[in-house]
Design a protein around this ligand. Structure first.
Ligand SMILES: Nc1nc2c(ncn2[C@@H]2O[C@H](COP(=O)(O)OP(=O)(O)OP(=O)(O)O)[C@@H](O)[C@H]2O)c(=O)[nH]1
Ligand SMILES: Nc1nc2c(ncn2[C@@H]2O[C@H](COP(=O)(O)OP(=O)(O)OP(=O)(O)O)[C@@H](O)[C@H]2O)c(=O)[nH]1
Ligand SMILES: [Mg+2]
Ligand SMILES: [Mg+2]
Ligand SMILES: [Zn+2]
Ligand SMILES: [Zn+2]
Lengths: 210, 210
């Protein structure tokens, strides 16, 4: 157990570099289509002028997400992983080299859409943010516990659809608390902006503490 | 390249056994929460009396899905994978031993919710059925091509929500056709039953040909 894995060594190197730049770093994970990109784009658009953000996005194919995020004005680096189902610290370290970290307050890494494999790879982040969409059902924290157990923040997204899908909020929050009692939970809609202000206050408070 | 992987050897063994029992076997894959269980439960409930179905379900944790599927009257075996992100042929072969295959026409395997890793593991199935929910966005075939390229059938599920989410059907179908021109596509709602009859006709025709 004593020997750090290769990934842990790169993660420690990333973390030291990010700290030296005074950055707050997020690793955003979820199932495909939960709204990671929409959530990041909305956050950086709304906080433009209040903080300087940069993004690293991992996908098997296309640079669709980097292009969407770039609309917010923030620099976005796309990592294309081919058939790899998760990002690793070495890839993120390399991509970070393309950003001017000293000019940023916040670095957001959007991971590959996968609720299992990314949980085992530390990228050097300060906070692991797990998104759950109301359209996926209330049982996901129970069925995919490995990821939720490593969450610092859980974002319940697409709350604008909660009524349309018959989302059982009480059961969902109970399930999140049972598996991830350590996590801070936000209920939002990346599309309408509902609940995003509480998330911004939390974020700015954390950046202030860096 | 000549040496079959361990998984391929078990898959070949499964396939021989399934053929000997005259079964049609499906491997149902998707992101977490796309509606695999709802789709399987609805299929077996509606086709009760017309065909004899059995199910093997893979999940990291809980037997929620096997219990839901058992409501249809079909036997359902739960495989709990712990932290493994996909099913493998050996696990499926073992689980199949708990079913009376000679008394079945249809065996459905519900894979772990993951749009990447399961694509590399043949389970011995006849058809790979990939579900895509309208709530996930139109770009998933482009962003997660590896899975769609191996699809025999693509099910666009939750069509009852298409209007509520602003689903762009033309773009989604274009993207599916571009990546998976080989696949037969069905647009359904596992919740309301919309479009399921075309799927049942396809299924019964395939079973008749086994
Ligand atoms: N109604 C509603 N739709 C949303 C919301 N957030 C995202 N969406 C939609 O959900 C779909 C998927 O959103 P994305 O932002 O692409 O999701 P993602 O998690 O980044 O997806 P991948 O990176 O491909 O895994 C798109 O059609 C978005 O418009 C929301 O808060 N409400
Ligand atoms: N509106 C609507 N909701 C659906 C439909 N199919 C499934 N759902 C809902 O979507 C959520 C997820 O469905 P599941 O059947 O658990 O999805 P799954 O793919 O089996 O999920 P995992 O096995 O956990 O990966 C649940 O809340 C279902 O009720 C549908 O056709 N329409
Ligand atoms: Mg995205
Ligand atoms: Mg299921
Ligand atoms: Zn993986
Ligand atoms: Zn995997």
């Amino acid at each position: 157990q004593g020997i750090l894995s290769k990934n842990d060594l790169f993660a420690a190197r990333n973390r030291a570099r990010f700290k030296a730049s005074g950055l707050l770093v997020l690793n955003v994970v979820s199932s495909p289509g939960s709204g990671k990109t929409a959530f990041i784009e909305r956050t950086l658009t709304d906080l433009q002028g209040r903080l300087r953000g940069g993004v690293i996005v991992g996908d098997l194919a296309t640079d669709n997400d980097a292009q969407r995020i770039a609309r917010s004005g923030a620099p976005a680096i796309q990592i294309t992983t081919g058939d790899m189902c998760h990002l690793e610290a070495e890839m993120v370290g390399k991509a970070a080299g393309q950003l001017n970290l000293d000019n940023l307050d916040l670095l957001i890494v959007e991971n590959v859409g996968n609720l299992v494999c990314p949980s085992g790879y530390d990228l050097g982040e300060d906070l692991r943010v797990v998104l759950l969409s109301v359209t996926e059902g209330e049982d996901k924290p129970l069925k995919y516990p490995v990821m939720f157990k490593t969450a610092d923040v859980v974002i319940v997204n697409k709350m604008d659809l909660a009524e349309a899908v018959g989302f059982d909020r009480t059961t969902a929050l109970d399930n999140i608390r049972r598996i991830a009692p350590q996590a801070t939970v936000f209920e939002v809609s990346a599309r309408t902006g509902l609940g995003m202000h509480e998330w911004y206050a939390f974020l700015e408070q954390r950046i202030g503490r860096q």
